[in-house]
Design a protein around this ligand. Sequence first.
Ligand SMILES: [Mn+2]
Length: 283
Amino acid sequence: MKKNLLIGAGSDLGVNIDGASLGAKTILNCLNKDIILFEQDKNIKKSQDKNDLKKNLQEVNEFNQKIYDFLKEKKEFCLTIGGDHSIAIASGLASLKKSPNLGLIWIDSHLDYNTFETTITGNIHGLPLASLNGLNKDLSKFHDGNYFDPKKTVVIGYRAYEDNAMDEINNIKTMGVTVYTTKDIKEYGVNKIMEMAYKIATNNTEGIHISFDLDVIDPEIAKGVSVPEKNGLNLEEIGSILEYIKYHEDILKSFDLVEYNPLNDKDKQTLNIALNIIKKITE
Ligand SMILES: [Mn+2]
């Protein structure tokens, strides 16, 4: 059994919907392990201003700095439990600080590839992947090091064609990130897509960081997220993804599980899926 470090990053400062801040704590309470939990300051009043396109920027950065400073010193395999997806800026860059040559796999129904110029909501959880590729430098001032190479970055499970989708798609295409949609997975099968993704992300790298957003799963079976997208992956497909990751676990350097929102969950269904994912990755 490998040595794991689990931390909770309980923040929903990156999204105008509340609840993801409670995700980490809810998950950690079910795990019989020694776990460190970071929680956002309860006194923070989140920005509700429609015209604010950098919502809670300073607060997100202060929270992420704490996660980053903590994780970058840790030598063991780190699993970070969110929190909304903005926390992945900290966990991803901390991993990169330790191993500067890592590939990145982003399992998510959204691209999370907005910039401050293209976001229409100003919710920072729509910007982390672009930030990990070196865009949106205002979100990574705490990081002293390089960024993930977009040519070794892969998105798996995209299907959210939102109002500004074209801008976000243009951003990601321009940077050269590979995107496999949910439709690609249904068409080619999980194993083929994972094989292609790993080929890209491990090409002359020391390993990979994986960020797993629970909203990649179909909301019929996993309602407990903040921004559900219908027609998602089923449990069999998620199981196959995890099998693939587990089979290649020597390559995996760090892992995030994000966007669990207990306020939207039904009968702890999403909680149980999250717990199974953590069990699989850490066993
Ligand atoms: Mn996401």
